[in-house]
Design a protein around this ligand. Structure first.
Ligand SMILES: O=P(O)(O)OC[C@H]1O[C@](O)(CO)[C@@H](O)[C@@H]1O
Length: 431
């Protein structure tokens, strides 16, 4: 990935970062890089994620999924980091395999998918690092029941990715299901470039080696300076802008194929940096569509956000036909790709003209190699930003309260959190 932070400079935007401040920040980046390198060398928890291009074994993944590669459809059951990485890869790339990600427990939505899918030709990919996540286990129990009701042997078409122990591991062992292990020391949201994100890609016959090669090439760029490393330039600049008031980061890819990537980025950024009353709130938007819904706010609302524009510089194109309407002649001479590119540059320039900070991120095209680089680059940017914020990037303790309350409400144990739910303050306004 290439990063352009020109429109984040104080000479262009407010909030903005001066060159002097960037130079000073670069000293902190050098120190942070040393800690990151040390963490990678020691395979420390979290930092180990940045070793995945070397650690992940694509042959083992291919061998394990091989019996499933003829499936016409794949249903992935997982949530958060156990879904978003895989979804980002398969939603970005075309495949003949229909893919569904059951990452919610909305009963109508789950039922609609299970009723619609050709279960006799559908493979199941169940993913949970902890092996205990209620939504994932519930959806798996519901899905396998649906397969049984359809007279389809789910044990013949299920693959599991989970840890050494836990209920999901027990189920996999009990039914002798093919399984892969989540890598040690890699938090879910940083595991796209492991079996967690790559089983679905393998079933869809995507090029796992190219994904890892793209990530490895990005890893080569990790040096001690934001002026040499695109990932660190992104992480340091967004951190510096947050310190100056840009507490939100709108991720705006200009490619429909990258819409799920914004969801993946939102978990990465929010769950990694959102702690100790710190962190930058990720917003998800899509170019050009949200120019017609969000741009007014981005350009004329509070000066509390940075906009990240992402685009592939090479895409397939489609010409716009000639028209008999004079006023539209300018379109007839162009293509959809020309229009997309013009809108990208015009919208970026419109924010700069209004003194609103924005950053450009470019990849050559949407393919496995470039996606590997983008995912790895943003993970490294997040790790660097976490070092600068001084937070524990790799834990997410704040999510546990609601999990305990949920479990208690369902009779899954005694939890004070569940009691607290009943003590809700009410001020209802009813129709
Ligand atoms: O992979 P698991 O353990 O099922 O967890 C799923 C997701 O839930 C979280 O723990 C948050 O609740 C995320 O960090 C994680 O990616």
């Amino acid at each position: 990935m290439d990063v352009d932070i020109g429109n984040a400079l104080a000479s262009v935007a407010s909030p903005g970062v001066s060159r002097e401040a960037l130079d000073r920040l670069d000293e902190q980046v050098a120190d942070a890089h040393e800690r990151i390198e040390q963490g990678m060398a020691n395979a420390d928890h979290g930092y180990e994620a940045l070793n995945l291009p070397e650690r992940t074994d694509p042959d083992a993944i291919r061998a394990t999924v091989d019996p499933l590669t003829d499936a016409g459809a794949l249903v992935t059951i997982g949530i958060g980091g156990s879904s978003l990485g895989a979804a980002t890869i398969v939603d970005a790339l075309s495949s003949d395999t229909e893919t569904v990600f059951l990452d919610n427990v909305d009963p109508e939505w789950v039922t609609a998918h299970l009723d619609r899918l050709p279960l006799e030709d559908t493979a199941i990919n169940v993913v949970s690092r902890s092996g205990t996540t209620a939504e994932t286990l519930a959806n798996f129990l519901v899905a396998r029941e649906a397969f049984e009701s359809a007279g389809v042997d789910w044990t013949e078409r299920t693959i599991v990715t989970t840890g050494e122990s836990g209920p999901l591991r027990d189920l996999a062992d009990r039914h002798d299901l093919p399984s892969l292990k989540v890598p040690d020391g890699v938090p879910g949201r940083f595991s796209a470039l492991s079996a967690v994100g790559m089983v679905a890609a393998a079933v869809c016959d995507h090029d796992l080696d190219a994904l890892l090669e793209g990530a490895a090439a990005e890893a080569e760029t990790l040096t001690g300076s934001l002026y040499e490393c695109p990932a660190y330039a992104y992480g340091a600049t967004t951190y510096a802008l947050d310190a100056r008031g840009a507490g939100m980061n709108a991720m705006v890819p200009y490619a429909e194929s990258l819409e799920t990537y914004s969801e993946w980025f939102a978990q990465l950024w929010a769950e990694s940096l959102g702690k100790d009353d710190l962190g930058q709130t990720p917003l998800r938007a899509l170019g050009v569509t949200d120019q017609h819904s969000q741009l007014q706010l981005y350009r004329a609302g509070p000066r509390d956000k940075v906009v990240t524009f992402v685009r592939p510089t090479e895409t397939a194109d489609r010409s716009i036909p000639e028209t008999e309407v004079d006023d539209l002649a300018y379109l007839g001479d162009a293509s959809l790709g020309d229009l997309l590119a013009a809108e990208f540059e015009a919208t970026e320039a419109s924010l700069a003209a209004a003194g609103r900070p924005n950053v450009r991120v470019e990849i050559d095209r949407v393919d496995e190699y470039e996606l590997g680089g983008l995912l790895y680059g943003m993970e490294a940017a997040c790790v660097l930003a976490g070092e600068l914020y001084g937070v524990n990037t790799f834990e997410q303790p704040a999510v546990e309260w609601a999990k305990k309350a949920t479990r208690g409400l369902l009779g899954g144990g005694e939890f004070a959190e569940a009691d607290a739910v009943a003590e809700k303050t009410e001020l209802r306004v009813e129709q």
